[in-house]
Ligand binder design. Structure first.
Ligand code: ASP
Length: 314
């Protein structure tokens, strides 16, 4: 593929989840490791964009890197559900065509974002769940499968123990006690936008609980001017239709991306009792990354080439 002519404006923004990220419990070594994986995800997405590739390929590439990293709650390193297993959710959307694909509650798919994309490209449907999504994966030889225990990590097991303890002592779900959902939004040189989100959901979830991440318009959205990937307390993000609301404000009210994100993430969601963050970009390459938890793992490459990663509020 040719490399891009100078002046082509591409942009990429990623997240590795919002939540209670305690400065004292995140060691300097851990923070370095997390940020190194964010950088690798930025590199993977940017390599696609720099060669004139599509926003869709860029967000897929970035999210696969984050799914493979045990630091994030997606793919390897996903949180445990109440039965001590994992149920993974993911969605992907291409803005200019409004094509979308999503999966919920899959247990053996190594990279759920790849299955979401396969739903979009190789099925007549938008969203497949649980056993049906697994059966669809059986028809797609390119989708890598693993034993459910492959997703296990000691850190997530410890979080399950803590959640069970809280539950036994009758405490309600505390705000911000979700961690490490991943997502990416990209603008390619042709001005196309795509968004992708992947997650293990919330620790100790039960009854086939599905969060906002795989729901088009709640945790994931892209249209021809705006794309969003959210991370936060999913029940509230669903009820606020966060990702679609941000882009609707940009489209119908002419809000700037920054104003729309600020209003939805920092006012609409908290007014309902929820919390979290989100990442977004628009067709000019503006990027917004607000959150109202103690931290949100995030990274960005702006159209001028400047890039960075961050964990806490700057
Ligand atoms: N939004 C995700 C969910 O509710 C959790 C997260 O963002 O960490 O499943």
């Amino acid at each position: 593929m040719p490399t891009l002519a100078a002046g082509s404006r591409t942009a990429l923004v990623i997240h590795g989840g919002a939540g209670v990220i305690d400065r004292n419990s995140l060691s300097a070594d851990d923070e370095r490791a997390v940020r190194a994986d964010l950088d690798r995800a930025l590199d993977a997405g940017h390599a696609v964009l720099a060669q004139g590739g599509s926003a869709l390929d860029a967000v897929s590439a970035a999210v696969v890197v984050l799914e493979e990293s045990p630091w994030f709650n997606a793919g390897k390193g996903a949180v445990f559900n109440a039965e001590g297993g994992h149920e993974l959710d993911a969605a992907i959307m291409e803005g200019h065509t409004r094509r979308a694909g999503a999966v919920a509650g899959v247990r053996t798919v190594r990279n759920p974002i790849r299955l979401a994309r396969a739903v979009m490209e190789h099925s007549p449907h938008v969203m497949l769940a649980a056993g049906g999504a697994e059966a669809f994966a059986d028809t797609r030889p390119e989708i890598a499968r693993v034993a459910p225990s492959w997703f296990d990590t000691p850190r997530r097991l410890q979080q399950l123990e803590q959640a069970r303890q809280r539950e036994r002592s009758g405490q309600a779900q505390a705000p911000g006690t979700y961690f490490g959902t991943v997502g990416a939004v990209a603008l390619d040189a042709q001005g196309r936008i795509a968004a992708a989100t992947s997650t293990g959901g919330m620790t100790n979830k039960r009854w086939g609980r599905v969060g906002d991440a795989p729901l088009i318009g709640a945790g994931t959205w892209a249209d021809d001017r705006c794309g969003v990937s959210a991370t936060g307390w999913g029940e509230f993000y669903i009820r606020a239709a966060v990702a679609h609301d941000v882009c609707a404000r940009v489209a119908y009210r002419g809000d700037t991306l920054a104003a729309a994100m600020e209003e939805v993430v920092n006012r609409v969601v908290p007014a309902l009792g929820g919390d979290g963050g989100a990442i977004a970009l628009d067709r000019e390459g503006n990027i917004a990354m607000p959150f109202n938890t103690s931290g949100m793992y995030r990274g960005w490459i702006r159209p001028d080439g400047s890039r960075g990663t961050a964990v806490f509020a700057e």
